[in-house]
Design a protein around this ligand. Structure first.
Ligand SMILES: C[S@@+](CC[C@H](N)C(=O)[O-])C[C@H]1O[C@@H](n2cnc3c(N)ncnc32)[C@H](O)[C@@H]1O
Length: 319
């Protein structure tokens, strides 16, 4: 079945269902509801007694998915929650749920967010410098671009965009202030980029600002750490990432149980971790999916299972 809509086309749908859903009467969380594609697919896969709690911090996503999935909402099989997926534990607790059988995070932005010029995410469209996923949040991209010190801006571009010319770009931005539109920012970045690297540099700078505006990596780190206690033994965590900063985190965490990827071993040389990797290598989209949905090209899916933690003591920074 095709779960794509005009709002967003979910990626790697079959692989997500196959790897994530281990019991059809289970309770699952879709931490990134978006247009509701993965949520709809999960609900179809689950039996009548299976449930999905779906979270998003974007009002557009909540409105879109609530309309699309009215019948599932009315039946009580689906509950939609507005908020940050890093608050998943307390959002679920308010609904009387302490542990679940699976969690999906399909990270980053939806096609709708990218394609709506007014949301300010795209360097290809002219719009306000916004980039907030949560429209009720105070600070937007204009705030960062116009208020940060030059070296802070360079650090954002370097750390979250992995852009070598971060200092030069930050200098050009500071000189051109005030910058109020995506178009204006794109022109400034282009002027500071190497001629043959303009598109890549633009993508990196816009990605960096988006990550900073939305605190994306902090939310991911926090959620990875908290997922250990949120999943029942045998429950699964599935992460779809779209760039190396996210994928590295998912890989390290699923391999080692900590964010640094530090492998701890017991006396006998066995790994001490509450996770078993289900995907040793990330799953990527095949040619036909990439052809149908070019945005699936960079998607990488990793899945791990929560295992018994007899030898494991939770040593996360959150406990
Ligand atoms: C790639 S889209 C998900 C698309 C969805 N899987 C579908 O099938 O339509 C990512 C969505 O996650 C939301 N999102 C990203 N980070 C979030 C966070 N920390 N908390 C809540 N929602 C988040 C975005 O607003 C966006 O709607």
């Amino acid at each position: 079945m095709n779960y794509a809509s005009g709002y967003h086309a979910p990626v790697l749908c079959n692989a997500v269902l196959k790897g994530l859903i281990t019991r059809t009467d289970g309770v699952y969380v879709d931490g990134t509801l978006g247009g509701g594609g993965h949520t709809a697919a999960m609900l179809d896969e689950l039996g009548a007694s299976g449930r999905v709690f779906a979270i998003d911090r974007d009002d557009d996503a909540i409105a879109e998915a609530s309309t699309r999935l009215t019948a599932e909402l009315e039946s009580g099989r689906l509950t939609i929650l507005r908020g940050n997926f890093s608050e998943m534990g307390s959002l679920l607790e308010e609904k009387g749920v302490n542990q679940v059988d699976g969690i999906l995070l399909d990270l980053g932005v939806s096609s709708h967010q990218l394609d709506e010029a007014d949301r300010g995410f795209s360097h290809r469209l002219s719009g306000p410098l916004d980039m907030r996923m949560d429209q009720s949040q105070d600070d937007d991209a204009a705030e960062l671009v116009n208020q940060l010190e030059e070296d802070q801006l360079a650090n954002v571009i370097y750390q979250f965009g992995e852009e070598r010319r971060s200092r030069r770009i930050a200098r050009a931005i500071v000189r051109a202030r005030p910058i109020l539109s995506t178009e204006q920012l794109a022109d400034v970045v282009r002027s500071a980029a190497e001629r043959d690297q303009r598109s890549k540099t633009l993508a990196r700078v816009f990605q960096a600002l988006r990550i900073a505006v939305n605190g994306e990596l902090d939310a991911l780190d926090e959620t990875l750490l908290r997922s250990t206690n949120l999943l029942h033994t045998g429950g699964r965590l599935a992460i779809i990432s779209y760039h190396s900063l996210e994928d590295r985190r998912a890989k390290h965490f699923m391999r080692s149980g900590n964010l640094k990827g530090e492998i701890l071993k017991d006396f006998f040389g066995n790994r001490i971790t509450p996770w078993k990797e289900i995907t040793r290598k990330a799953i990527v989209a095949d040619e036909s999916e990439v052809e149908q949905n070019p945005r699936s090209r960079s998607a990488r899916l990793r899945i791990a299972e929560r295992v018994e933690d007899s030898a494991y003591s939770v040593k996360s920074s959150l406990n």
